[in-house]
Design a protein around this ligand. Structure first.
Ligand code: BMA
Length: 297
């Protein structure tokens, strides 16, 4: 594993009010020889919006848009659209995110879903589709869709605290079949709560899932699990050790200390580039060999 030597790859821009204080957790999508990065940003009003940057090599940013590409549009997310995660289905990208706002009389973090046509995305036409609440009014976060359907259904990981859970839907609106998949382990780096990182990756051995775990002393690390290829409810393996844990200054000090938190990764020649928010303050990348993330044979 190698952290990129010039981390962080994205930092706030003081002159842009909407991203002047923090830029962090990001979805990524590789297309047209570029890595497109949708990142969470916060500015003077403390509302999260989503910005776009891109890179031709995955490390050096050579495009960054001056305005957000996705912002709150209703009461249910009036305090922020956080932590985007992208999954590709044909010519459409589905984005899951955390909608933070008011649901009737109470304030809640809940799962928002929307989509965009891939060509529009590449052409930077931000024509997002309808915004759907997966579980209206229910406190829930860390939603990510598998990048393929199972028996005609979308399958989503989500997090009913403190556990990583699954649900299915044939229309993105009604989600059913809620089940526990994996939870905290005692005396471990993931002893307090767990949640999915980016979309599961299909490999020969099954679905490789990168997930975050929080320890009882509030350190956010990343680890991996492997799920059955045909039945993603079946956990085949879970890493004993974290694969990434805060050690660098930019991960240890910031808005929220001791955090590495990922919403996406790309695969490039058997290497996995994991994009992660560091201390909820900047965006970083670390590169892993695919083989080092899989169970030892
Ligand atoms: C989670 C989310 C993330 C954040 C993390 C650490 O609950 O809010 O956006 O990075 O906490 O603060």
């Amino acid at each position: 594993m190698n952290r990129y030597s010039h981390n962080p790859i994205l930092e706030p821009i003081g002159a842009h009010a909407w991203e002047s204080s923090l830029v962090f957790n990001a979805a990524v999508f590789a297309a047209n020889n570029r890595v497109h990065i949708l990142y969470r940003a916060m500015g003077t009003d403390n509302v999260s919006r989503i910005g776009l940057a891109s890179s031709s090599d995955g490390y050096n940013i050579d495009e960054r848009l001056p305005l957000p590409v996705f912002s709150p549009s209703n009461d249910m997310e009036n305090q922020g659209c956080e932590d985007p995660r992208l999954s590709l289905f044909g010519d459409s990208l589905i984005m899951a995110y955390t909608a933070f706002g008011n649901h009737f009389q109470h304030q809640v973090y809940q799962i928002g879903l929307t989509s965009i046509n891939t060509e529009d995305f590449i052409a930077r036409r931000w024509q997002w589709g309808e915004r759907i609440l997966a579980f209206p009014g229910i406190h829930n976060k860390d939603a990510v869709l598998f990048p393929q359907k199972f028996d005609g259904d979308y399958v989503m990981f989500h997090r009913l605290e403190p556990d990583l859970c699954i649900a299915r839907s044939n229309n993105l609106r009604r989600w059913y079949g809620l089940k526990y998949i994996l939870g905290p382990r005692e005396k471990s780096w993931d002893s307090w709560k767990v949640g999915a990182a980016g979309p599961p990756i299909l490999v020969n051995e099954g679905w490789l899932l990168i997930y975050h775990g929080v320890s009882v002393d509030r350190v956010y690390s990343l680890g991996v699990a492997l799920l059955d290829k045909n039945n993603p409810e079946q956990v085949l393996y879970r890493s004993e050790e974290a694969i990434l844990t805060p050690t660098e200054d930019y991960e240890r000090y910031g808005k929220v200390p001791n955090v590495v938190f990922s919403c996406g990764q790309i695969i490039k020649d058997d290497q996995v580039l994991i994009y992660y928010g560091a201390a909820d303050s900047s965006l970083c990348v670390a590169t892993f060999e695919l083989a080092e993330l899989l169970p030892k044979k």
